[in-house]
Design a protein around this ligand. Sequence first.
Ligand code: 5GP
Length: 134
Amino acid sequence: MDTIFSKIISGEIPCEKIYEDDHVFAFLDIIPTNPGHTLVVPKKWSSDLLDTDEETLKRLIVVVQKIAKAVMEATGAVGVNVAQNNREGAGQKVFHLHFHVIPRFEGDGYEHWHGKPYENGEEKLVGEKIRKML
Ligand code: 5GP
């Protein structure tokens, strides 16, 4: 599958490369939430988390941890968010699995998702539905 990230991995499109091994590639996001915002992607294409094989996921998450530590140390961040969008409905724009590693700074203005409490009994029903799908 040809995506902008496949072209970055192959070198066809330039990037600020941070890390590469046989299976994983990491580079700076072109429009960062904060400086140091890094994308970690598998070389083997999959669209998102839901269609990715376990071996690829295991390899990726180990690199995500490595990058998160390096980004924090390099930028002096006070924390790091690892974010991941799946499907258009969740805001995914590039359909090549990727993890965002986002360093956080005091007062950087980044907003978390907002929560809303369950209605009476709803929690149990939702829980049951999800457990049935496992
Ligand atoms: P998504 O919304 O799919 O989770 O995020 C895609 C990310 O890819 C965005 O944060 C966007 O800034 C980044 N991005 C899109 N095109 C390019 C590009 O050509 N180069 C780099 N380095 N990042 C890109």
